[in-house]
Design a protein around this ligand. Structure first.
Ligand SMILES: Cc1cc2nc3c(=O)[nH]c(=O)nc-3n(C[C@H](O)[C@H](O)[C@H](O)COP(=O)(O)OP(=O)(O)OC[C@H]3O[C@@H](n4cnc5c(N)ncnc54)[C@H](O)[C@@H]3O)c2cc1C
Length: 444
């Protein structure tokens, strides 16, 4: 990541790979509240992903006074949120030991609880507001192929269990985990005892599995659903409107020398919007508008595929849990998705492949180009589900392997060195807020 952190961060490219989740597109995909931009606003939110959208929702929910404007370079939800893996998952045990060592036990526990609460709240929100987004709270399983990762995982789980309350250790709680040995994992989760991916040359033997609470949804439908609610409550949205610069207005604060009441100028589409509050929610693209973030939030391109299991697949439709597959140098993440429209098939949405690259995936850092994909990763991922479930469970027939891959697409995440996001008001930049650097965490 560090070696690619100096590459100048660009605006979102205009022709991204078409996202699986954008079919069909939302009614508000190209929404604009008026022809031209307003000359002023009380809040300008840049970016219409889950971050920008939830900021808008919370401002409206809190009843703040004034005009809230959102500007989006692409169609609504055209970035990572509209292009991700659909996993609502936090493999908190994988980072807990580290957080405990570098922060403090209390802080580490706060992170674990926040991650778990976020998953629960997301599905509850969809339910309460009737947002049709394929929301499915369910268990997840990490299928582990690396002995060391399995041993470390067990230790970390024990540590979490020891630190949380008794109530939190109950099924579905933040401290609830089941550890499965190899034979149980094979029987319960229909996986192969050895990775059968023809591209992986080393022998990879299954070690065991960890099961815990998680879920899946269409993050695109979820977020555009909330955006629609925000529009009804007064949010003003301009899609296809890239912000090219944010400039301070000196002496601009109300009550200060000759103040205009505005602190910031937002430059977009040959217009200027003056505002008291800026919320920058552009994740991987942050450094383009905020050069101080160059190298601190680094764009990272991820690749996903949607695949159809073979006609003789031995596992149920839909698979009862979501999955991750953990090996020595990395991991893949996977959700089963019931085909919309009532047909009884399922798509296996599986992404990753970074750890399988000779360079450890370094080439995917520092790029904002989600109009293309890494061909090596693409070839590898097309074999990944077959490899982990094994030819027999995957139900492979002859001749139609290419038809198995329904779609592949890319998206840009925002990576930070310590794996933690940056959220809040920027020091010495009054009323300039940031919410970015989510690292794709939650999808392991
Ligand atoms: C391939 C992939 C798979 C992932 N899988 C998962 C998963 O399964 N589960 C999970 O929890 N997370 C996953 N993630 C991570 C997750 O999707 C992101 O962390 C999250 O969506 C970030 O939301 P956001 O609103 O901060 O950013 P985004 O959704 O990227 O939104 C930022 C928006 O800002 C816009 N923008 C950028 N620059 C400008 C500008 N100058 N002017 C105006 N608009 C601008 C962009 O077009 C974009 O729409 C994945 C990400 C990717 C890319």
């Amino acid at each position: 990541m560090d070696s690619r952190g100096h590459i100048p961060v660009q605006l979102p490219v205009p022709n991204p790979t078409p996202s699986y989740w954008h079919e069909p597109k939302a009614a508000i995909a190209n929404y604009r509240s008026a022809d031209g931009l307003p000359s002023s606003a009380d809040y300008v939110i840049i970016g219409s992903g889950i971050s920008g959208t939830m900021v808008a929702w919370n401002l409206l929910e809190k009843g703040v006074k004034g005009k809230i404007v959102m500007l989006e370079a692409r169609e609504a939800c055209g970035g990572a949120t509209g292009r991700n893996g659909g996993h609502t998952k936090a493999a908190s045990y994988r980072t807990y030991v580290d957080h405990r060592a570098h922060l403090s036990p209390g802080e580490a526990l706060k992170i674990v609880r926040l991650e778990h609460a976020n998953i629960v709240a997301t599905h509850a929100f969809a339910r309460e507001h009737g947002i049709e987004c394929e929301s499915r709270p369910c268990n997840t399983v990490d299928i582990v192929y690396d002995k060391e990762a399995f041993e470390k995982g067990k230790e970390s789980i024990e540590m979490i269990r020891g630190d949380v309350s008794e109530g939190e250790r109950k099924e579905g709680g933040v401290g609830w985990y089941r550890v499965w040995g190899k034979e149980d994992a094979i029987k319960r989760f229909w996986v192969s005892k050895e990775n059968e991916n023809r591209i992986v040359k080393e022998k990879e033997e299954l070690q065991g599995a960890f099961e815990y609470a998680a879920g899946s949804l269409s993050a695109y439908r979820f977020t555009v659903g909330i955006l629609e609610l925000c529009l009804k409550r007064g949010l003003q949205l301009w899609t296809n409107t890239a912000v090219t610069e944010v400039r301070p207005i000196f002496g601009g604060e109300n009550g200060e020398t000759g103040g205009t009441g505005f602190l910031w100028e937002i430059h977009a589409s040959l217009s200027i919007v003056r505002t008291q509050n800026v919320v920058m929610a552009i994740n991987g693209y942050t450094a383009h508008l905020l050069p101080a973030m160059q190298g601190l939030i680094v764009p990272m391109r991820g690749l996903l595929t949607a695949q159809i299991p073979g006609p003789k697949a031995k596992f149920p439709t839909p698979l009862p849990t979501t999955y991750s597959f953990i090996y020595n140098q990395g991991y893949e993440y996977m959700i089963p998705r019931l085909l919309p429209g009532g047909s009884d098939g399922q798509h296996i949405v599986i992404g990753g492949g970074l750890g399988r690259q000779n360079d450890g995936g370094v080439s995917e850092y520092g790029t904002c180009d989600d109009s293309t994909m890494n061909q090596e990763m693409s070839i590898y991922l097309k074999e990944a589900a077959r490899g982990y479930f094994g030819v027999e469970n995957w139900g492979e027939g002859k001749g139609n392997e290419k038809l198995r891959v329904k779609k592949e697409w890319t998206g840009i995440m925002g990576a930070t060195r310590d794996g933690l996001p940056l959220v809040g008001e920027i020091p010495e930049m009054k009323r300039f807020w940031i919410s970015a650097g989510f690292n794709g965490h939650g999808k392991w």
